[in-house]
Write a protein that binds this ligand. Structure first.
Ligand code: P6P
Length: 298
């Protein structure tokens, strides 16, 4: 019983119940993906980006779950513009990217859902270190979830009988050398990033990059080793990935698994939240690799 496991891990009953509900939402998204259209929905998200039908469907499933949950006071989807009210007596604000990597959906690459949960109604001025839980789901050949309630990282598998715990202690320590160099375009504008990527190539690192943040980082968690990079560049100094919906939850999970996160200068978890749409350069993975990257990038 996932609820009992979460309580044993130190989760409050309210948080455990919320996470069980999120598990049901992820199960519904997973089933919806099986026969989903890859066509555009004819709508745009809060940033004016074209949506596919599955973007809209996943967003609707997540928002329906959050808007009716008694423990959620506010929630915000990366697809929408601004905090949405839920239950006035709720204690958590929830941020989610309902279908990360949807540009890869038509080519049938793995995509994911990312969630960060805060114990405050208004996160502005707070930091991602204050998250009480973070998770992501990978919709691949199998549907799995990586979750932390602040006591390490656990992995769950969706089966016909429901969710089962498959890994009780996910650890990112060291091992085979993998690298996931996002935003390679930046090497044309940044000699430091060009030289860093070249150093990984010269040291015969194995490339593991699909263009989907969730499967690319899941590879690091499952192999226990690797480095994911998505730097900024002069034309986009803060890069592309958003603190609330992608980098904050992933940094929480990575540091809970013994890895490290950075924006090039400090832990992602210590960045002050000044906007719900703020972006940040992001480096995630084995501590030594993150330290190497921070020493190399200007
Ligand atoms: P690029 C997917 O669109 C995404 O938001 C992340 O999942 C991924 O890490 C990144 O963008 C990939 O960006 O520039 O390689 O297409």
């Amino acid at each position: 019983m996932i609820y009992d496991f979460l309580i044993q891990k130190g989760s409050s009953p309210a948080l455990a119940e919320l996470l069980v509900e999120l598990g049901r939402a992820i199960e519904e998204i997973s089933k919806s993906i099986l026969g989903a259209s890859t066509l555009k929905a004819g709508s745009k998200n809060a940033y004016g980006e074209e949506q596919i039908a599955m973007d809209v469907k996943a967003d609707e499933i997540m928002n329906r779950t959050l808007s009716t949950n008694p423990y959620v006071v506010t929630y915000c989807s990366e697809e929408q513009d601004g905090l949405q009210p839920a239950s006035i007596d709720g204690q958590f604000s929830v941020f989610h990217d309902p279908l990360d990597g949807s540009s890869l959906f038509d080519v049938n690459f793995s995509v994911g859902t990312i969630v960060g949960i805060y114990p405050v109604a208004d996160v502005l001025g707070h930091t991602p270190r204050e998250q009480v839980a973070a998770l992501y789901a990978v919709y691949g050949p199998r549907t799995t979830v990586m979750l932390s309630v602040g006591k390490g990282v656990q992995e769950f598998l969706l089966t016909e009988e429901g969710w089962v715990l498959v890994t009780e202690e996910v650890a990112v320590t060291a091992g085979k050398k993998y690298f996931a160099p996002g935003n390679l375009r930046a090497t044309a504008e940044r000699e430091d990033y060009f030289n860093l990527v070249a150093s990984f190539i010269k040291e015969k690192y194995t490339l593991r990059y699909s263009g989907g943040m969730v499967p690319d980082i899941n590879h690091i968690f499952k192999k226990g080793s690797g480095i994911f990079m998505y730097p900024g560049m002069p034309s986009a100094p803060d890069g592309k990935l958003r603190l609330m919906y992608e980098c904050g939850p992933m940094a929480f999970l990575m540091e809970q698994a013994g890895g490290a996160s950075s924006n090039g200068k400090s832990s992602i978890l210590d960045l002050q939240i000044s906007s719900l749409t703020q972006k940040t350069p992001v480096y995630l993975g084995v501590k030594e690799e993150v330290e190497k990257v921070c020493a190399a990038v200007l």
